[in-house]
Design a protein around this ligand. Structure first.
Ligand code: HEM
Length: 215
């Protein structure tokens, strides 16, 4: 039988391709959108990471979710620095969530409060993605909008506390393989991961509508 880390990766593969090739992502990474689109996207991430990270003190003690809570992953502080760079010192005043972002953040918060296994699904979908494809996004963003390499504007993608991302991801997969969950709960977690991808794709769709190329 496949390990849980293989199961969750395989099960979400199709949706990964969908997210990766969404119109908004393709346009943004293809250098066809302005820095305002990147800033708007970064702003949406703030709401998602606020939901992921505001309950971590409590979740750290949870037998299921606890092992995944690692200070070196926390993204809210770097996101806030990026937003300050992108939007200026008053970035907080103009911060607004798209309805799709609100729905995504609400679901993350609900899992964080009530269902540790579901929280792990959201944790995996974001942080392992940030450590992987996130590095491609950072590189494109630096080239497209001229941010300093690993500097303000792309701090979100820089994990100072993770010297070896490949090793970190290997350890992360071991944590997934050791998840305290029977078969049924594993299936539920996989389903929540698919939902997490769908929630991301919905945010991309909304951003694509806000930043249409043909407008
Ligand atoms: C253009 C955008 C994206 C690119 C270029 C990209 C690229 C990649 C690449 C190359 C990997 C494999 C890295 C490895 O095996 O070590 C990966 C893994 C991953 N990506 Fe993405 N990705 C993108 C968007 C996303 C999005 C939007 C999500 C979800 C929110 C996501 C979630 C993940 C996850 C969870 C993994 C880990 C899979 C696993 O090994 O279990 N990615 N991505």
């Amino acid at each position: 039988m496949d390990s849980f880390s293989t199961l969750i990766r395989t099960a979400s593969h199709e949706q990964h391709v969908e997210a990766e090739t969404s119109t908004f992502m393709s346009d943004m990474l293809g250098g066809r959108l302005g820095v305002d689109a990147y800033a708007r996207y970064t702003e949406q991430l703030w709401f998602v990471y606020e939901a992921l990270e505001s309950g971590t003190d409590r979740l750290a003690a949870d037998p299921v979710a606890g092992p995944f809570i690692r200070p070196e992953l926390m993204r809210l502080a770097p996101l806030e620095r990026d937003l300050e760079h992108l939007r200026g010192p008053n970035w907080r005043a103009s911060l607004s969530a798209l309805p799709a972002t609100r729905a995504y953040a609400d679901r993350v918060r609900e899992c964080a409060e009530r269902w540790p296994g579901g929280y792990v699904a959201h944790h995996y979908t974001r942080y392992l993605g940030d450590l992987s494809g996130g590095q491609i996004i950072r590189d494109k963003a630096e080239r497209t909008w001229g941010f300093a390499k690993k500097g303000p504007g792309v701090r979100f993608y820089v994990f100072d506390g993770i010297a070896n991302p490949a090793a970190f991801k290997r350890e992360y997969r071991e944590l997934l393989d050791g998840l305290r969950a029977d078969d049924l709960e594993q299936q539920r977690v996989v389903a929540e991961c698919k939902k997490a991808f769908a929630l991301n794709t919905a945010v991309f769709r909304a951003l694509g509508e806000e930043f249409p190329l043909s407008a």
